[in-house]
Ligand binder design. Structure first.
Ligand SMILES: [Zn+2]
Length: 100
């Protein structure tokens, strides 16, 4: 089955993201809310991955979600208030976050 969400809504104040999937038969949640900070901490771009791989946090302080945009049919690009905007969350990555 496709992991593409049915609906993605950015909180108007940028505090986070609500993601909804169509009814699922794979045990995953149908809806989650992810805080902007949690999403930022999980940023899948190469420098962020490298930081986490080295055991360092990939950001500190606060980061609100300024913008989100679909990337083709496979993911979501996010821009945060700290200026970071290079991460693309593929549906698999969002699903992984949803499952905690
Ligand atoms: Zn990143």
């Amino acid at each position: 089955m496709s992991l593409a969400p049915a609906r993605i809504v950015r909180a108007p104040n940028g505090s986070g993201l609500a993601v909804e999937w169509r009814p699922r038969d794979d045990g995953g949640p149908a809806r989650i809310e992810i805080s902007a900070a949690r999403l930022r901490a999980a940023c899948p771009c190469a420098p962020c991955k490298e930081s986490r791989g080295a055991g360092r946090a990939n950001f500190s302080g606060e980061a609100h979600l300024d913008r989100v945009a679909l990337v083709g049919r496979y993911g979501l690009s996010c821009a945060w208030s700290d200026g970071h905007a290079t991460g693309i969350f593929e549906w698999e990555a969002l699903d992984e976050i949803a499952r905690g």
